[in-house]
Design a protein around this ligand. Structure first.
Ligand code: T5A
Length: 249
């Protein structure tokens, strides 16, 4: 094949499977802030192969079904608030739909997916927080994710007191309103999970720009840069589906 053959150009070669990146941590730890910074930086970072796109998503709510579930989970009418087991199953349903219809197809096409929360949040909130069976949660995780694991999970570690301070004056959703003892168990659960699953820890109490630089360094260390550099910056796509009637924020 000659060098001039269009079939040999990088754009015509099938892309390698994409990368799955996840941000985890307690409420208010700065995930949304860092997600936006990474959404702006990653496409031109040189980490994505030429032609790969960046898909930005979240749980719950990364699909149309997930948007409806998000409303039921976080802002249900009082009479419709789910009990802990129903809550667990709704998060699992959101994840199953998200993995099968959005994340796996994107990764298979060679695109990268950056996601605000994934399966670790269920272990932290429904397992350590609500006290539901960790063995049952592991079974549900296997079903909902079909074995998908993140290539890199960044854990934004923030003391609970700072999380509460950052959210001061903002209306709490149903999970955030579950009380300080619940949130303390969730925070401790994230610490255990990070150690068990080999997550990368960031000090989320540092100023946001410093946290962003630390996130970038971890991504560069994990995925390298140089010969994969895209000739033109990739584009960032938003996986969030339109809000359905009755679905809250
Ligand atoms: N949940 C989720 C479960 O119970 N089980 C599950 O399986 C899953 C997937 C999701 C809720 O659902 C629960 C967990 C959650 O309670 P959500 O709306 O996605 O709800 O809630 P959060 O993920 O908690 O999002 P938040 O918006 O509350 O927090 P973020 O995104 O972590 O924080 P962010 O970036 O919005 O920042 C909060 C404030 O702090 C400031 C920001 O400007 C903002 O004002 N800030 C900083 N201030 C100082 N220094 C920094 N470094 C800062 N970074 C941000």
């Amino acid at each position: 094949m000659s060098a001039a053959d269009p079939a040999s150009s990088p754009a015509s070669r099938p892309l390698p499977r994409g990368r799955f990146l996840v941000l985890e941590g307690i409420d208010g730890c700065g995930k949304t802030t860092q997600l936006e910074a990474l959404r702006a930086w990653l496409p031109g970072s040189g980490l994505l192969p030429a032609g790969a796109r960046l898909l930005v998503s979240r749980e719950p709510g990364g699909t149309a079904l997930g948007q409806a579930l998000r409303g039921l989970l976080l802002h249900p009418p009082e009479a419709a608030a789910p009990c802990p087991t129903a809550e667990l199953l709704l998060y699992a349903a959101d994840r199953a739909q998200h993995v099968e219809s959005t994340i796996q197809p994107a990764l298979a096409a060679g695109d990268w997916v950056l996601c605000d929360r994934f399966a670790g949040s269920t272990v932290a909130y429904q397992g350590y927080g609500r006290g539901l069976s960790l063995a049952l949660i592991a079974q549900l995780e296997a079903i909902a994710t079909a074995g998908l694991r993140a290539d890199l999970t960044l854990w934004l570690d923030l003391p609970l007191a700072l999380s509460l301070q950052r959210r001061h004056g903002r209306p709490a959703d149903r999970i955030e309103a579950s009380g300080e003892a619940f949130l303390a168990r969730v925070a401790a659960g994230f610490g255990q999970l990070a150690a068990q699953r080999g997550w990368s820890r960031l000090d989320a109490s540092a100023p946001a720009p410093e946290v962003t630089i630390a996130c970038r360094r971890l991504m560069e260390a994990a995925f390298g840069r140089g010969d994969q550099r895209a000739a033109v910056p990739s584009v960032a796509l938003d996986a969030e589906a339109p809000v359905l009637p009755g679905a809250g924020a």
